[in-house]
Design a protein around this ligand. Structure first.
Ligand code: B1M
Length: 221
């Protein structure tokens, strides 16, 4: 049953079938499946499959767009439940998040934002294709503790370095910490560009942000 539903989720994304994706997400909720299991083991493998087919030339950009649309439909069903499940009232810190300039991938960034806000962080989501100046202005305006920068393309991940440099040039570093993530991003890259942390996934991003806030609290005594 569990495996059948996960397979249906993968298939709905591979087919780019919004209705099937929504129905599978709803079925996950109705049957008490953890929304994160549905995302990580059902829907994301569907997207990975589509990504691999795109690389090998078996699928084209419109297929990837349909898959993304189906994924977003499933997320619209799952994210409110995800937020509800882990809702906490304590504000643990303020995070400004966005996808770098030139990059319009948002699904992973949205998941990170949802998980952070569900875990008690105040999140200001700047969306996609965000210029470094906007990260700086928002960090200042919202007195951010952390700026989160997502990048999904090898050609746009350099934008993460620009954000780190722009925050420094604006005099906001090192008080504002920077965390980075996205499929091509690595821990080594984060270290190279002077970011304060890297996480592979949304759950890790919450742990990382929490660790940063604890360290900041300890430093203040
Ligand atoms: Co694009 N795309 N895409 N795409 N796309 C990839 C990334 C690609 C790997 C596909 C492939 O070739 N196999 C490839 C990049 C190759 C590279 O640079 N190495 C690629 C390409 C080439 C492109 C275009 C250039 C295609 C073209 O036009 N010829 C184009 C670029 C557009 C642009 O941005 N300027 C493009 C466009 C698109 C769509 C618009 C069709 C669509 C995005 C729609 C949308 O987001 N609204 C799309 C999609 C869907 C994908 C794939 C299939 C799926 C991405 C995704 O949502 N994954 C992707 C292939 C793949 O990843 N297997 C691909 C699911 C999501 C939950 O995972 O985003 O990795 P992810 O997020 C994870 C972690 O990375 C991490 O946590 C998240 C949750 O666990 N994480 C963070 C992410 N951000 C974080 C931030 C953090 C911490 C962790 O701290 C701040």
């Amino acid at each position: 049953m569990h495996e059948d539903l996960l397979a249906a989720m993968r298939q709905s994304i591979a087919d780019g079938d919004q209705d099937a994706a929504k129905a599978a997400a709803q079925q996950a909720i109705d049957t008490g499946m953890d929304p994160l299991v549905a995302i990580d083991e059902g829907f994301v493998p569907g997207l990975s499959y589509v990504g691999a087919c795109f690389t090998s030339g078996e699928m084209y950009l419109p297929d990837m767009m349909l898959a993304a649309r189906a994924m977003k439909s499933a997320m619209a069903v799952l994210e409110p439940v995800l937020a509800e499940n882990s809702a906490t009232r304590r504000v643990r810190g303020r995070v400004v998040i966005g996808t770098v300039k030139g990059d319009i991938h948002e699904i992973g960034k949205n998941l990170v934002a949802t998980m952070l806000s569900a875990s008690g962080f105040e999140v200001v989501d700047l969306g996609v294709d965000v210029a470094p100046e906007r990260f700086v202005a928002a960090a200042r305006e919202h007195a951010a503790d952390i700026v989160g920068v997502s990048a999904l393309l090898t050609t746009t991940m350099t934008g993460q370095r620009t954000v780190v440099e722009s925050l420094a040039a604006a005099g906001l570093r090192p008080d504002v910490k920077v965390i980075v993530g996205g499929a091509p991003v690595t821990k080594a890259w984060a270290a190279e560009i002077g970011a304060d942390g890297y996480s592979e996934d949304a759950v890790g991003a919450v742990a990382l942000a929490s660790k940063i806030m604890e360290a900041a609290g300890a430093a203040q005594g």
